[in-house]
Write a protein that binds this ligand. Structure first.
Ligand code: HEC
Length: 407
């Protein structure tokens, strides 16, 4: 028997979900976790031809380089370092080599302390004109396989794109959310059989969400690494009056000056036959991570209408380190919906689940954070805030409201 103390968020669980009290002490039997599957972090996108790091931002980059590299790559290089990295011009001259050593972790050398993740990521993003991000130390390990949607949409479907209209993303745009609404996409009811991202300017694109603006229910969320979702049978209902909203989160951290973006989503539409799906979104906003410390956030929800889970997409931001979503059956047995260690923001996948959840079962969501920076981190939508969500594709659609918080 394992004794675990669970702190449960009292708020933010929608109608139909029974919320539990403040702090519970629970006796738990060992959780059944499927064999771990290592998940490859996606191969980095090559740095664009002619990327010249933004000189105006150099003043905030110089201290990072001085701190991590300056002992050896100072104005007069020391300890066998072949060149200085002491000015903007030095960094431009050695840009490709600097990026290579930061991405493969070969600099600073083994015996010297590495840069913390956040400054390292800032340096990598700046040097690559916003295209690359520093990899996290440990690889991502998932308890379930990544959902495979296949390269093409289901036969007999037509496509429609819901995208931004050439948004100019200036060099000072940080954490900017822009919304694009569309109504009357169809003249009669259709099922959205598949959703895939339309990715345009990766230098400034942070993430994309697609939701039904009438119900607030999310249909899809994309962040780097996420593939398409496709329903094996049926789909999500789209009516002539459904108002869809695509929200795009832009972040021009590298300060590129020529960003124009038309990202969004592509919907594959078919006849409204077969299973109707919707998205449940278990979540907590009760997140507080101390500087240079670790913390957990969690929430528990009791199911009142049974549902089947096709797939799920865990979502956290930069300082997430581990994630679990555990199902406790009415008879006390436990199953893992998903268990992730070595979280990487660059690898936000949809995982295949195929689990039936019954009345009275409870879902326990848990996010773990490791903060290697000097600022306290709270829940929020911004890049440097944190989130704890598990988007679940479920049927019947009526069951999706439970365990989902307000937005
Ligand atoms: C403790 C000293 C030391 C520190 C700190 C250090 N380096 Fe180096 N660096 C070296 C030495 C020695 C070499 C040459 C031998 C080698 O390549 O291992 C080198 C080589 C390099 C090279 C050339 C590699 C190549 O393949 O051409 C790059 C680029 C580089 N360093 C970047 C960095 C960056 C960026 C940092 C900071 C994040 C850094 N170094 C921190 C000592 C250091």
């Amino acid at each position: 028997m394992l004794r675990a103390v669970l702190s449960v968020t009292p708020l933010l669980l929608a109608l139909g979900c029974i919320t539990e009290g403040t702090v519970l002490v629970v006796d738990t039997d060992p959780i059944v976790v499927p064999a771990p599957v290592p998940v490859p972090v996606p191969a980095p996108v090559p740095v664009p031809e002619g990327c010249v790091p933004n000189e105006a931002v150099y003043t905030s980059i110089a201290p990072i380089v001085a701190d991590g590299c300056g002992d050896c790559h100072g104005e007069i290089p020391r300890f066998g370092a072949p060149m200085p990295l002491a000015t903007y011009e030095d960094l431009v001259t050695w840009n490709a080599e600097v990026l290579a050593v930061l991405m493969d972790g070969s600099m600073p050398p083994e015996n010297v302390a590495d840069l913390e993740h956040t400054p390292k990521d800032t340096l990598v993003s700046w040097a690559s004109c916003g295209v690359l991000h520093a990899p996290t130390e440990d690889g991502l390990i998932a308890s379930r396989p990544v959902f495979e949607a296949g390269p093409d949409g289901p036969p007999g479907t037509t496509t429609v794109d819901v995208t931004a209209n050439a948004q100019v993303i200036g060099p000072n745009v940080l954490d900017d959310y822009r919304r694009f609404r569309r109504v009357g996409l169809v003249t009669q009811d259709r099922f959205i059989r598949r959703i895939e991202p339309v990715i345009d300017d990766t230098r400034v694109l942070h993430h994309i969400t697609l939701k039904n603006d009438d119900t607030g229910i999310y249909y899809y969320a994309w962040a780097p690494g996420t593939g398409p979702i496709e329903f094996p049978n049926g789909g999500v209902r789209l009516t002539p009056s459904t108002r869809l909203e695509v929200e795009i989160h832009y972040n021009n951290g590298a300060g590129v000056t020529d960003a124009v973006d038309s990202s969004g989503v592509r919907l594959f539409l078919g006849a409204p036959v077969g299973t109707e799906w919707a998205v449940a979104s278990p979540q907590t906003w009760n997140i507080e991570v101390p500087p240079f410390g670790t913390a957990e956030a969690s929430s528990t929800c009791t199911v009142v209408e049974p549902f089947e889970v096709l797939a799920g997409m865990p979502h956290m931001h930069q300082i997430g380190s581990a994630f679990s979503h555990t199902l406790t059956r009415v008879d006390g047995t436990q199953e893992s919906l998903i268990e992730l260690t070595g979280w990487s923001f660059e690898a936000q996948y949809i995982y295949a689940m195929g689990v039936d959840v019954g009345v009275g079962d409870t879902l326990h969501l848990r996010c773990v954070y490791e903060n290697d920076g000097p600022d306290r981190v709270f829940a929020g939508l911004g890049t440097s805030d944190e989130m704890c969500y598990d988007f679940l594709y479920v049927t019947p659609a009526s069951a999706a409201g439970q365990c989902s918080g307000p937005f």
